[in-house]
Design a protein around this ligand. Structure first.
Ligand code: SF4
Length: 78
């Protein structure tokens, strides 16, 4: 069973908000998926964060909470 280890996963989730997860840092804690379940999920196979592609309105606060809550500082937004 291989573990996918992509360096980065970037998603443009609308309103110009760009979210990037650095898989070099991500350890699969899942804090992001708890803070912003509409945006983040944990991939069953790799155990790392994945971005949902569809973005409901009004998720900025949840995304910011995920950025602050990530223990590995793996999430950046621009
Ligand atoms: S909280 Fe950070 S380290 Fe944990 S799964 Fe999410 S992005 Fe990865």
């Amino acid at each position: 069973m291989g573990v996918r280890k992509e360096l980065h996963l970037t998603g443009n989730l609308g309103d110009g908000m760009q979210i990037e997860v650095d898989f070099g840092k991500c350890a699969g804690h899942g804090v992001c998926a708890l803070e912003a379940p509409e945006i983040f999920d944990i991939d069953d196979e790799s155990g790392l964060a994945v971005l949902r592609t569809e973005r409901p309105e009004g998720q900025e606060a949840a995304v910011n909470a995920a950025v602050r809550g990530c223990p590995e500082r793996a999430i950046t937004i621009a």
